[in-house]
Design a protein around this ligand. Structure first.
Ligand code: C2E
Ligand code: MG
Ligand code: MG
Length: 262
C-alpha cells in the first residue's frame, strides 16, 4: 500500500516536471442572469499511455511533497493567463476560480506571490476567486483570517469550497472575509427528495444572503435539483447538468463575445 502511494507520488512529481498537467475549466452559471459568469480551474493529467486522467484523488497523499507548492503556483499562473487571454480575445470577462492547496497558507510570501502572478498575467484581481476549504480555515483561524483579509482587500474574492463537509460554524460567515460559499455536492445530489437536506440548503442560502455572500451550488446533475435551487434563490449553479469541466478551447464557445452586450 505504502509502495503504491510512494510510486504514485513519484509519478506525479515526474509528470509535473515533464509538464504533463493541464487545466480543465468547469462553467459556473449565473441563475438570475442566465449566463456563464465564471469557471473553476480543475487539474488534469495528460498521461503518456492513459490519455487525460484525473490526478486530484492522489493529491491528498501529497501533503508533504516538495512539488505540491510549485504545482499550485503553476495552476494559479496558468489559470490567470488563460482568463486574461479570453478577455483579450474579446469575450465578456468572467471570474476564474482557483483551488488553493492548504500548503499555500504556510508559504511565507503568499500575498506577494499572488500579487506577482496578477502583475505578470495582467489579470484584474476582480476576475480572480480563490477557493479554500473549511479545514484550511480551521487550521489556524486568526492567522488565516489575516491573510484572507489582505487578499480580499486586493479585490480578489474568497470562496469557501465544499461547505457543509467541515466544521465551520455559520458564525464564521460573519467573522471571515468571505464572498462566496460553495455548497458541497453531497447536499445537492439528494435534492429535492430529501426533506432534511432541502431545509438545510434553504437555510444556508438564507443565512449567506443575510451576510451578502454569494451562494454557488456544486454538483448539480439533474433539472429537479436546479429547479429547486432556482426556487430557493441560489445565485450560481455548477455541475454536470450545466457542463462538465472542459478544455480551454471548448469553454470559449460558451462565452459571449463582448460586443454583443456593448
Ligand atoms: P472541488 O474543488 O470541490 O471541485 C469540484 C469537483 O466536483 C471536481 O472534481 C468536478 O469535476 C466535480 N464535479 C463537478 N460537477 C459535478 C457533478 O455534477 N457531479 C459530480 N459527481 N461531480 C462533479 P475533480 O476535478 O475530481 O476535483 C476534485 C477535488 O480535487 C476538487 O474538489 C479540489 O478539491 C481538488 N482539485 C482539483 N483541481 C485542483 C487544483 O487545480 N488545485 C487544487 N488545490 N485542488 C484541486
Ligand atoms: Mg473547488
Ligand atoms: Mg467543491
Amino acid at each position: 500500500m505504502k509502495n503504491t502511494s510512494n510510486k504514485t507520488q513519484e509519478d506525479l512529481s515526474q509528470a509535473f516536471h515533464k509538464h504533463e498537467f493541464l487545466l480543465y475549466y468547469q462553467p459556473q452559471w449565473d441563475i438570475k442572469e442566465k449566463k456563464i459568469k465564471g469557471v473553476e480551474a480543475l487539474i488534469r493529467w495528460n498521461h503518456p499511455r492513459q490519455g487525460i486522467i484525473n490526478p486530484a484523488p492522489y493529491f491528498e497523499h501529497a501533503q508533504e511533497e516538495s512539488w505540491i507548492v510549485p504545482l499550485g503556483e503553476w495552476i494559479l499562473e496558468e489559470s490567470c493567463r488563460t482568463n486574461k487571454l479570453w478577455q483579450t480575445q474579446g469575450y465578456q470577462p468572467i471570474a476564474m476560480s482557483v483551488n488553493l492547496f492548504p500548503q499555500h497558507f504556510y508559504h511565507p510570501h503568499l500575498f506577494k506571490w499572488i500579487e506577482q502572478v496578477l502583475e505578470r498575467t495582467q489579470l484584474d484581481p476582480h476576475y480572480l476567486d480563490l477557493e479554500i476549504t473549511e479545514l484550511t480555515i480551521m487550521d489556524d483561524i486568526p492567522r488565516i483570517n489575516k491573510i484572507l483579509n489582505r487578499i480580499k482587500g486586493k479585490g480578489i474574492r474568497i470562496a469557501i469550497d465544499d461547505f457543509g463537509t467541515g466544521y465551520t460554524s455559520i458564525r464564521y460567515l460573519k467573522d471571515f472575509p468571505i464572498n462566496i460559499l460553495k455548497i458541497d455536492q453531497s447536499f445537492i445530489q439528494v435534492l429535492p427528495q430529501d426533506q432534511r437536506y432541502a431545509e438545510v440548503v434553504t437555510h444556508i442560502i438564507g443565512v449567506a444572503h443575510q451576510f451578502d455572500i454569494i451562494v454557488i451550488a456544486e454538483g448539480i446533475e439533474t433539472w429537479p435539483q436546479l429547479e429547486f435551487l432556482i426556487q430557493q434563490q441560489c445565485d450560481m449553479a455548477q455541475g454536470y447538468f450545466i457542463s462538465e469541466p472542459l478544455p480551454a478551447d471548448q469553454v470559449v464557445s460558451l462565452l459571449n463575445p463582448q460586443f454583443e452586450n456593448s
